[in-house]
Design a protein around this ligand. Structure first.
Ligand code: G6P
Length: 608
């Protein structure tokens, strides 16, 4: 959610701290700030709103130094004001914090009893105050930090600086990720994710739960949660600035929509054999022949990818599938069989609820698979079998290309398991693989519908409520389409199973309500058309998305028709996703909203 950058250097750091924050802005964008040590003093600059607002304050206050920490905030406790923005400081300590301190009220009361009063409404400021208390009572800064950590309940990634110790930068984590970056010429960095350090760090070291890193310009010392010195592996980091630029596109979201042919190709290449006739997976930690049930858990768009996969796994592999929202699953604590299989889908690999759901499944003795986009993320390191997607960094808050690549892995997994279980023959497997390998070109073709989507979007932008309908896998795409639209255009939208329309939503329909119909020409097509005719008869404004054959099969009035290329039943979800993404995108553009950073949302939800 929030983003952290820290730099310890021999050169001034303020400019690079702000650049790092700009790369992290997609994580949270309601306020930002930096603090440095300069002339034996802590200096700070904070601003409400976007990071660009920091530029003014920095130009005005001439704040700079060779050690500094910076933060972009997504408010959890306290309004998004300058006063609540990080870094939080006392006279001698500055901190930036990602996560939530659950016992902050008790810690604040304890401080009050000592006559120490917080100036912000955040849960984070107590950390700076307690560090200040313990700094005075400890023999070393490390001791002061561990004493403070012992008081904290909740989740944190922290960057810490002490005014009187300007040659050390401290970083620690529990429940929120933090990476250490080593530069080529005597510089050290802290980052809440690798992107913050793109173009800065040459090597990355990911901290484990409870670790405390003590950084000098050329040395990393790590203590584990038991305060014992330890080593963590370091790896080369090739991320450059170009990874996070918009290129010629107006928004990251549009760029990411257009990247889909490439990233789908890359992801399929990782799982299809070279001759495109079979599936190649890393060794699984369970016997694929005996899997009879899979529990899929995820949040947001990743959850909808899971809903599509339920159809594939049940129909093709005849494996029964339960799909659950992580925040529900983790507290419902469903009974799970020992050695059964759970599958977790997450673009970021850091979503707090998904992580907690995974921990529960692991504790129940399940074998866990992860479908994850960010290498080395917490989930990628925690699951038994990480199956990576190759979407590259996704910056737009509304997920697009990550979803398509999740579908690639889920489709590959479904046919792999189907084949292993003897549900499909070698020839069937080959046919499915061939079908998947046509997707990059088909998606490319579908992208050429952008003009017709733009026209429809102009009309959608004038409305207040929109209904998305589909059946089978298209019901999941309807849900995803509605989510995309409401996330970035702020128009109320609902996805519904078309067959359920008569049980409620039909009451909403009149001539002001567009109904986006996801209508592949499959075995449910006729039934879907009957549902839509009922809506059209009540003056619903139908936007009919189908292929040419499907368009001919729908005879009633339509406000618009979007004709996609012909697909197989199996690959339809990939293709029908593209117009719903474009409809959402262009509707938001017509409305003039902040497409890449919609209000109140964050890319990576690292708190409950
Ligand atoms: C947030 C993002 C969504 C994303 C969801 C799950 O809500 O805005 O785009 O689908 O989190 O994130 P994950 O990283 O676990 O896929």
């Amino acid at each position: 959610m929030c983003g952290i950058v820290g730099i310890l250097s021999h050169q001034p750091v303020a400019k690079r701290l702000v650049e790092g924050l700009k790369r992290l802005e997609y994580r949270g964008y309601d306020s930002a700030g930096i603090a440095v040590i300069n002339d034996n003093q802590l200096k700070r600059c904070r601003a409400q709103g976007k990071i660009v607002n920091l530029d003014d304050c920095l130009a005005h206050d001439h704040i700079d130094g060779t050690i500094g920490i910076a933060h972009t905030r997504w408010a959890t406790h306290g309004l998004p004001t300058e006063e609540n923005a990080h870094p939080h400081m006392t006279e001698t300590v500055a901190i930036v914090h990602n996560g939530i301190i659950e016992n902050h009220t008790a810690l604040r009361d304890e401080l009050s009893a000592k006559g120490i009063h917080c100036t912000s409404q955040t849960d984070s400021e107590v950390i700076a105050q307690w560090l200040t208390v313990f700094e005075k009572e400890s023999d070393s800064y490390v001791e002061a930090i561990f004493k403070t950590l012992a008081k904290l309940e909740g989740a944190y990634a922290l960057g810490i600086m002490f005014r009187d110790d300007p040659t050390h930068l401290y970083g620690t984590r529990k429940g929120s990720p933090l990476a250490i970056g080593q530069g080529s010429n005597g510089e050290m960095f802290l980052g809440s994710d690798a992107l913050a350090l793109a173009g800065l760090a040459e090597n990355l070291t990911y901290l484990e739960e409870g670790d405390l890193a003590v950084l000098t310009k050329d040395h990393i010392e790590i203590f584990d949660k038991n305060q014992k010195q330890t080593q963590r592996p370091s790896q080369h980091y090739a991320g450059g600035f170009e990874q996070v630029s918009k290129g010629p596109y107006r928004h990251f979201m549009l760029k990411e929509i257009y990247e889909q042919p490439d990233v789908v190709r890359q992801t399929l290449n990782a799982y299809l054999s070279e001759d495109k006739k079979s599936i190649v997976f890393p060794e699984l930690s369970f016997d694929p022949k005996t899997v009879s049930k899979i529990t899929i858990v995820a949040c947001g768009t990743s959850y909808y990818a899971g809903l599509v996969a339920k159809h594939w796994l049940e129909k093709v592999a005849r494996i029964s599938v339960e799909v659950d929202i992580a925040s529900e699953f983790r507290y419902r604590q469903p009974p799970l069989s020992k050695d059964g299989v759970s599958l977790f889908i997450s673009q970021s690999g850091e979503t707090a609820d998904t992580m907690a759901a995974h921990a529960y499944a692991k504790a129940e003795g399940q074998q866990t698979i992860g479908i994850i986009n960010v290498p080395n993320s917490s989930l990628a390191r925690a699951v038994n079998v990480p199956l990576m997607t190759y979407a590259g960094p996704e910056i737009g808050v509304a997920s697009t290309k990550a979803f398509s690549t999740q579908l690639c892995v889920l489709a590959a997994l479904s046919i792999y398991l189907a084949h292993q279980k003897g549900m499909i023959t070698d020839a069937d497997l080959e046919a499915y693989c061939q079908d998947l390998s046509t997707l990059p070109n088909l998606i490319e073709k579908t992208l050429s519908l952008s003009d017709s989507c733009k026209d429809v979007a102009e009309e959608l932008a004038k409305t207040r409520d929109i209904l998305y309908l589909g059946r089978g896998t298209s019901y999941a795409i309807a849900l995803e389409g509605a989510l995309k639209l409401k996330e970035i255009s702020y128009i109320h939208a609902e996805g519904y199973a078309a067959g359920e329309m008569k049980h409620g939503p039909i009451a909403l329909i009149d001539e002001t309500v567009p109904i986006i119909v996801i209508a592949p020409h499959d075995e449910l097509f006729e039934k879907l058309v009957s549902n839509i005719e009922e809506a059209a008869a009540r003056k619903g404004q139908v936007v009919f998305i189908s292929d040419e054959v499907g368009q001919k099969g729908y005879h009633s009035q339509a406000m618009a028709r979007v004709t996609v290329p012909e697909t197989s039943l199996f690959t339809a979800p990939f293709i029908y996703t593209i117009p719903v993404q474009m409809l959402a995108y262009y509707t938001a553009v017509h409305k003039g909203t902040d497409v890449d950073q919609p209000r109140n949302l964050a890319k990576s939800v690292t708190v409950e």
